[in-house]
Design a protein around this ligand. Structure first.
Ligand code: GLA
Length: 366
């Protein structure tokens, strides 16, 4: 039996830019999903989830496998997409255990996809370039599960490194690893609220960006994604755009610029500047992209008042979920106390607070 681990992630800055061919800056977390695998004679998958206490079985030669709106869609989707891409799999028994909080925007889905992909390919004696593997896991979510996510989560789950943030160009898939100073912690605050329409609202945002590209390509040469448009070009053609589409585009274009500036700030060890960019990112997500929520805004507002906080913003797709906070390591206890107390007082919800460091990407564990 072999065991593989793949982590969840937190995004420091660069939200809703990945599916616009833009820039993102996630870090892998020390929360993971583990998949143990052993071969089966028949071309079947027997998959047991420890979290759900449930086993499912599928036939790898069944051409009609489809999503059933449950946990097993992720591992089955990965198997289906690998096979469709021409990677013939051996039968396998898989046992899955996840510790990434589910449905809170820390990419429990990418963690299960990537850990399954590593396990299935190793079990079948296949060596697949990790960039290709990231794209295949994304495809499993796009085509099998039916969520039109970008490449960020699967990529960082494979390529993350301890103590580093990763600045990814989502068009070329080139990246730079940037050092996170030893004396800061990534603190993630879970609002404990998840809005029901999150996935349809996510797909709607994507469609609005695509509408923006369609409008802008009439005026600006060589535009295939919002990545190709500058703020000046957007402003010059604002009259030709519906107001909502204009604001969606403005978020993506300014957010891309913020990621690049944040990369420079981190390289210079300028956490003050990094924190300002996080605050601007949050405002833009709240006002222009409209994917924040009352609870996320409150959590950010409380955090920004605590001593030792460099920056705070919502993280991930939005509509509930978590905030990410860059906090001096000497202020962690005070931060936890104040944020949980004030958040609970206003909302009556008790938040979960995770003090994290950036971790390594997927690997085989012994
Ligand atoms: C989700 C998706 C990512 C990305 C973020 C928003 O996490 O899975 O691909 O689009 O939302 O930045």
């Amino acid at each position: 039996m072999r065991t593989f681990r793949a982590p969840g992630r937190v995004n420091l800055i660069g939200e809703h830019t990945d599916y616009n061919d833009g820039f993102v800056m996630p870090a892998a977390l020390d929360f993971s999903t583990w998949v143990s695998v052993s071969p089966l004679e028949e071309r079947k998958l027997k998959i047991f989830s420890e979290n759900y206490g449930e086993e499912i079985e599928v036939d790898l030669d069944d051409r009609n496998l489809s999503a059933r709106r449950r946990w097993s869609d992720y591992p089955v989707g990965v198997a289906v997409v690998l096979e469709r891409a021409g990677h013939r799999l051996r039968g396998a028994r898989l046992q899955i255990r996840g510790e990434v909080p589910i449905g809170s925007g820390l990419s429990s889905s990418a963690a299960i996809e990537v850990a399954t992909a590593c396990a299935l390919t190793a079990n079948s004696g296949l060596k697949i370039d990790p960039r290709e593997l990231a794209v295949l896991c994304q495809r499993a979510e796009n085509e099998f599960v039916g969520a039109r996510v970008g490449i960020m989560d699967q990529f960082i789950s494979l390529f993350g490194q301890a103590q580093k943030a990763l600045l990814l160009d989502c068009r070329s898939l080139e990246f730079r690893l940037l050092p996170l100073p030893d004396n800061v912690r990534l603190i993630i605050c879970n609002t404990m609220v998840k809005h029901a329409l999150a996935s349809s609202a996510y797909n709607e945002r994507r469609a609005q960006c695509e509408a923006g590209v369609k409008d802008l390509e009439k005026f600006v040469p060589n535009v295939t994604a919002l990545r190709d448009v500058t703020l000046e070009q957007l402003e010059a053609h604002a009259d030709g755009l519906d107001d909502v589409v204009y604001r969606r585009c403005r978020h993506v274009i300014t957010e891309n610029a913020r990621v690049l500036s944040a990369g420079e700030a981190l390289e210079q060890g300028n956490l003050g500047r990094f924190g300002e960019l996080m605050a601007e990112s949050h405002r833009s997500l709240r006002d222009d992209y409209e994917v924040s929520s009352e609870e996320l805004d409150l959590m950010v507002e409380i955090a920004q008042k605590v001593e030792g906080v460099y920056g705070a913003r919502m993280t991930g797709g939005g509509f509930g979920g978590c905030t990410v906070n860059l906090v001096a390591d000497t202020r962690v206890e005070e931060f936890k106390d104040r944020v949980s107390r004030e958040y609970e007082r206003t909302t009556t919800l008790r938040p979960e607070i995770y003090v994290c460091t950036a971790a390594n990407g997927a690997e085989e564990v012994f």
